[in-house]
Design a protein around this ligand. Structure first.
Ligand SMILES: *Cc1c(COP(=O)(O)O)cnc(C)c1O
Length: 358
């Protein structure tokens, strides 16, 4: 793919936060963005790296009306030797094209996305913070740009990648979350959009998340939409349970987002000889085993925090503490291992790391 590169004029560079620690997630963006256009008759064209700028969209652009949009989320890590690594980005690009198909949007060759990202990071590599645990958050996005009112897949799309430095998630150590089981609102339904990383899912989640926050909880624990019985995800993360010495996570039933971190946890745990089961797990089983003490740990998994231990669950106006509300042994071990691999401090036995040639 041909990529035109237009670096920003030095005088127009964006202000860089001096202190990595005070970076607020999703607020600071690097100097450049990648962008390219799609037209049904021409395919993808005009790939370019340009200064970060506002998009210009026709008010009738279809994404604004019918929500045809997808995104991804991954990170770039600066190693102690100053090289830059990505973690399992091939999984993100495969999931990207799955989301695109589900939303009737054009796919992109994973090699082209990888090349686009490399060109972009080559210009903005100085934006990647140096302190361990901090990283460059990468947000590829595609939207329907055709100006047209009427529900059908668009003929024009814009693909772009923006990036921004983010702080270490646990600057002050793990902070177990309090989660609220929503038995009124649901996130996704089998046959719906739950397994695609598409904008509608996040719109869907807002109201229940506000209800949970008002009640003093960090996140919503989502149940399946049909029976309101089986656990699906927590917030915008997958969820894992340690039942005695078995790791249990909800099976990918169609309404669950197939997380890269979820898959990494399963692979690592199996590698360590831990029995892992992907199956339906009901909220009653969760509450019963928390009460009996058989539930040793609960933790969420996702790119932003990697592992997020759950300390408390609220279900039907009762609050249950998981063990004593502290961080479990598996959560800590998985976190240390994944972070270690991402920063080149632990051996990459699965070949998960891709070094960028920047
Ligand atoms: C992105 C996301 C996840 C986590 O996926 P990772 O690839 O591990 O970051 C889980 N659930 C939802 C709803 C998500 O959007």
């Amino acid at each position: 793919m041909q990529i035109a590169v237009h670096p920003v004029e030095p005088a127009l560079r964006r202000p860089r936060p001096k202190d990595d620690k005070n970076l607020v997630f999703g607020r600071v963006f690097s100097d450049h963005m990648f962008i390219m256009d799609f037209e049904t008759s021409k395919g993808w064209h005009d790939a370019r790296v340009v200064p970060y700028h506002n998009l210009e969209l026709d008010p009738a652009a279809m994404v604004l009306h019918y929500g045809q949009g997808i995104f991804e989320g991954l990170k770039g890590y600066r190693w102690a030797d100053d090289s830059i690594a990505l973690f399992r980005s091939d999984k993100n690009w495969a999931r990207w094209n799955g989301s695109a198909r589900r939303m009737c949007m054009p796919e992109i060759d994973p090699a082209d996305i990888a090349q686009a990202l490399e060109e972009l990071i080559r210009l903005d590599k100085d934006w990647i913070p140096k302190s361990v645990g901090s990283s460059l958050y990468i947000r590829p996005t595609m939207i329907a740009s055709e100006p047209h009112l009427g529900v059908r897949p668009a003929d024009n799309y814009i693909f772009f990648i923006i990036t921004g430095p983010v702080a270490a998630y646990y600057a002050e150590g793990f902070n177990p979350t309090k989660i609220y089981v929503s038995d009124e609102y649901v996130r996704a339904v089998r046959g719906g959009l739950g397994e695609a990383k598409t904008m509608a899912n996040y719109a869907y989640s807002l109201y229940a998340a506000e209800v949970a926050k008002k009640k003093g909880f960090t996140q919503v624990l989502w149940l399946d939409a049909v029976e309101r019985r089986y656990v699906e995800e927590v917030g915008t993360s997958n969820i894992c349970f340690r039942l005695d010495d078995e790791l249990v996570t909800p099976a990918l039933s169609g309404s669950i987002l197939p997380g890269v971190t979820r898959d990494s946890v399963l692979q690592l745990a199996r590698h360590w000889g831990i029995k892992c089961t992907e199956r339906a797990i009901s909220i009653d089983e969760v509450i019963d085993t928390v009460k009996s003490g058989q539930m040793k740990e609960i933790f969420a998994t996702g790119t932003a925090a990697v592992i997020s231990p759950v300390g408390e669950i609220s279900f039907k106006d009762e609050i249950f503490t998981v063990q004593d509300g502290s961080v479990g042994e598996w959560a800590r071990k998985l976190y240390d291992e994944i972070l270690g691999i991402q920063y080149g401090e632990k051996e990459d036995v699965f070949g998960w790391i891709k070094k960028l040639n920047v």
